[in-house]
Design a protein around this ligand. Structure first.
Ligand code: NAP
Length: 431
């Protein structure tokens, strides 16, 4: 084995960091052989140095992040959040070090700044663990598919929301019941908003879109809607109509007025039961790529968890340490295409509306007229049987493809109509 040594500084020893330290210790011979250099853990930064960290030499623990960075060749950032993660990663990159991170939030917010620092200082930035945990989709897009052209990225990239929707579907639970179960099992945080409101998925969507379309995409470019308003009625209706409800992250190459653009979004979506993403259950992640030459590819696996995420982190460590020992660096940020992001109002989609309407004659025709006035054609109308004497009925309306602007205009008209008591749900429909 090579005599070279690569010193590894670990920032964060929580769920993922502890597993990284464990596997690095237990598999050290093999990982070092693959990297072509002896991998040595040289320091571990944590907030609380008094906490017991099984398997980590207490002499390595410190709360001094800079000391760990300065004493390492390769820095693994697993603290999470924007700060001090951003500052720490910048410091390491500006000193020409290799950085490996699983932090989607910092990449989707400060990615350009970090990539420029890596480029300027001949450093490397790796982030396989930032999207879909163990699933090697970052490598797939950055390297394996560098010879292809991506037309669509469609993914279930948040295991928490997938688990909740799955439990609502299989157990008939409300959103609140399913969330409570997810929290009990450790699939959801006590403060679940980043997951259930779609922000975590939006950060991953931005990272995937940047890689797929060679364009800078930030989390603020991704229109985002979470799953908090999904009800058992939506799920039951979806099933009857041959769909399942999934929180999908979508990044698509589209043509608008003869110009290529990227259409982005994270939202609960009706997915046909025959679609490959419909069968992704529990806390798993899956990403389907539609490519020009390779056709359809699907990446599937554990999207979170200490050991699965550590697997992705360590694949980056082996690659990064190999470059430190033998020359070369991580692939540079690729932004040459610089495609514009589509105006969300012009993005084409199909919607399914669930409306609570008055039983008076004319309610249905008013709804259909609102669609007609916007030039939106209706694909199907369904009204479950109403008890005689009831003063309210439920209407399910599916539209054909139309722009968000047209669909929003329909919703605005319906919201004002005295015959429409409530717009109970609005869901996108995947073709
Ligand atoms: P975690 O369990 O909360 O651990 C965070 C670690 O960072 C803790 O050891 C904490 O120290 C340390 N830390 C936080 N702030 C610090 C500071 N200011 N100074 C020094 N140390 C600090 O987080 P995690 O679940 O392992 O996640 C780590 C990263 O991986 C995040 O970016 C996350 O998004 C990403 N990720 C996680 C998963 C997953 O399944 N957990 C999956 C994919 C990606 P103390 O222990 O002393 O509090």
């Amino acid at each position: 084995m090579s005599e070279k040594t690569v010193k590894i500084g670990l920032l964060g020893a929580g769920t993922v960091g502890l597993q990284v330290a464990r596997i690095l210790r237990e598999q050290n011979r093999e990982l070092s052989a693959r990297a072509g250099a002896k991998l040595v853990l040289s320091g571990v930064a944590v907030r609380d140095t008094g906490k017991v960290r099984p398997g980590i030499d207490s002499a390595l623990l410190t709360s001094d992040i800079d000391r760990v960075i300065d004493n390492a060749d390769l820095v693994i950032e697993l603290m999470g959040g924007l700060e001090p993660a951003r500052t720490a990663m910048l410091r390491a990159l500006q000193h020409g070090k290799t950085v490996v991170t699983g932090n989607k939030a910092v990449l989707a917010t400060h990615g350009p700044e970090l990539n420029v620092a890596a480029d300027t200082h001949d450093a490397s930035l790796y982030f396989e663990a930032a999207v879909a945990g163990a699933v090697p989709v970052v490598y797939g897009l950055r390297e394996s598919l560098a010879g292809d052209r991506i037309n669509q990225v469609l993914g279930i990239v948040n295991g928490t929301t997938n688990y909740i929707l799955d439990q609502m579907s299989t157990q008939g639970w409300s959103y609140e019941q399913a969330l409570a179960k997810a929290q009990e099992l450790g699939f959801a945080e006590a403060e679940p908003s980043a997951d259930v409101e779609g922000h975590d998925a939006a950060a991953k969507c931005a990272i995937l879109a940047s890689l797929a379309y060679h364009t800078r995409v930030s989390i603020s470019d991704v229109p985002t809607k979470g799953i908090t308003e999904i009800t058992p009625a939506d799920i039951a209706q979806a099933r009857e109509a041959g769909y399942v409800v999934k929180l999908l992250a979508k990044a698509e190459r589209v043509m608008v007025n003869g110009q290529e653009q990227i259409a982005l979004g994270v939202e609960p979506t009706l997915v046909p039961q025959t679609h490959p993403l419909a069968g992704i259950n529990g806390p798993y992640n899956a990403i389907v790529l539609e490519t020009e030459f390779a056709g359809r590819l699907m990446f599937y696996g554990a999207g979170a968890g200490g050991a699965p995420t550590a697997s992705a982190v360590l694949s980056d460590v082996v690659a990064g340490a190999g470059h430190i020992a033998n020359g070369g660096h991580a692939p540079r940020e690729s932004t040459y295409a610089a495609l514009p992001i589509s105006d969300p109002g012009l993005v084409q989609t199909r919607l399914q509306l669930r409306l609570e309407v008055s039983q008076q004659i004319g309610a249905l025709s008013q709804v259909l007229q609102a669609c007609l006035d916007q030039g939106v054609s209706v694909a199907s109308v369904r009204q479950p049987l109403v008890e005689s004497g009831a003063d309210q009925a439920t209407l399910f309306i599916s539209t054909h493809s139309a722009s968000r602007q047209q669909l929003d205009a329909i919703l605005a008209v319906l919201a004002k109509s005295p015959l429409v008591h409530r717009i109970a749900s609005v869901l996108s429909v995947e073709q």
